[in-house]
Ligand binder design. Structure first.
Ligand SMILES: CC(=O)N[C@H](C=O)[C@@H](O)[C@H](O)[C@H](O)CO
Ligand SMILES: CC(=O)C(=O)O
Length: 287
């Protein structure tokens, strides 16, 4: 965002460079939670999708565009647009104000969204803490699979590792990306195929080291790294911080001014916080 609260397209190119070269992050999930997708207009979301696709070309592997909205028509419109602008995949969460009447109703809804971009892989975005839609994923996935031919997997942002494990092992042909960054290692143990989360914007490099350690069977090393990340998140949570303040951390670490969040979110940083955050990141050897 700019300081006058418009989407700031001018920093995207620099941000792609930062993610690829400094964080070793080569896939991006656009217009999701961290990007405040639900607080943007449909037009703004389309422009962002286009810009991320343009600037990521040849640099990133995948641009996944989140197209979930409260309105089915808006979601279909965004899905078709994502396909036309060259995105690699789409994702949608459940509507969260008038919530689905049943699992079947949710599947019918998602089926229409996915069908608006039938050539693109579709990932369901499971984030019950924000949508309030709590269906156990392992039963929902079975239903989605019957009705959504382009279903390729799920971004699973929930701490319930039993549900996660039942999905990974129940549907081996699908991909499950874990979305609770502070316990990603738990997700990996249960077979996560990847991770999507807010902290990879500034802890991507460190998290990639954990992924590598896990891959090599060095569990103790992986635990050490995860624990450092947890210590940092514990510091952040103790301050009562959430998304608006995470954005400040992203700006601080990247050196790119990502701006304030859009209302109704507001950051709570005080003048001493940038130095405190930097000191904590340094103490934990995270920057
Ligand atoms: C609720 C929420 O925002 N979840 C994010 C991903 O989906 C995570 O990346 C968290 O921001 C992160 O794990 C910190 O709690
Ligand atoms: C955090 C995350 O994965 C998102 O921004 O949707």
């Amino acid at each position: 965002m700019t300081n006058s609260n418009n989407v700031n397209l001018t920093v995207i190119q620099e941000y792609v460079e930062f993610l690829v070269h400094k964080q070793n992050v080569k896939n991006i999930f656009v217009n999701g939670t961290t990007g405040e997708g639900m607080s943007l207009s449909v037009e703004e979301r389309k422009t962002l999708a286009e810009e991320w696709v343009k600037h990521s070309r040849g640099k990133m592997h995948n641009v996944i565009v989140h197209v979930g909205c409260l309105s089915l028509e808006d979601s279909k419109n965004l899905a078709a647009h994502a396909a036309s602008c060259g995105a690699d995949a789409i994702s949608a969460m459940s509507p969260s104000f008038l919530k689905p009447s049943s699992q079947d109703a949710l599947v019918l809804y998602l089926k229409e969204v996915a069908a608006a971009a039938p050539s693109l892989p579709f990932y369901y975005y499971h984030i019950p803490s924000l949508t309030g839609v709590q269906y156990p994923l392992n039963s929902l996935v079975g239903k989605m699979q019957l009705h959504i031919p382009s279903l390729r997997g799920v971004k699973f942002s929930n701490a319930n590792l039993m549900d996660f494990s039942l999905c990974v092992h129940g549907y081996p042909e699908l991909e499950f990306f874990y979305g609770v960054d502070e316990q990603l290692l738990g997700g990996l143990v249960f077979g996560a195929h990847g991770a999507v989360g807010s902290t990879y914007n500034y802890l991507g490099f460190t998290t990639n080291k954990m992924l590598e350690a896990f891959k090599q069977g060095k569990l103790k090393d992986a635990q050490k790294i995860q624990c450092k990340i947890q210590e940092f998140m514990g510091f952040v949570f103790a301050l009562g911080w959430g998304l608006p303040d995470f954005k400040n951390i992203m700006s601080l670490v990247s050196g790119i001014d990502l701006g304030p969040p859009r209302l109704p979110l507001m950051a709570t940083w005080k003048p001493e916080h940038p130095e405190n955050v930097k000191a904590e990141l340094k103490r934990l050897d995270l920057i």
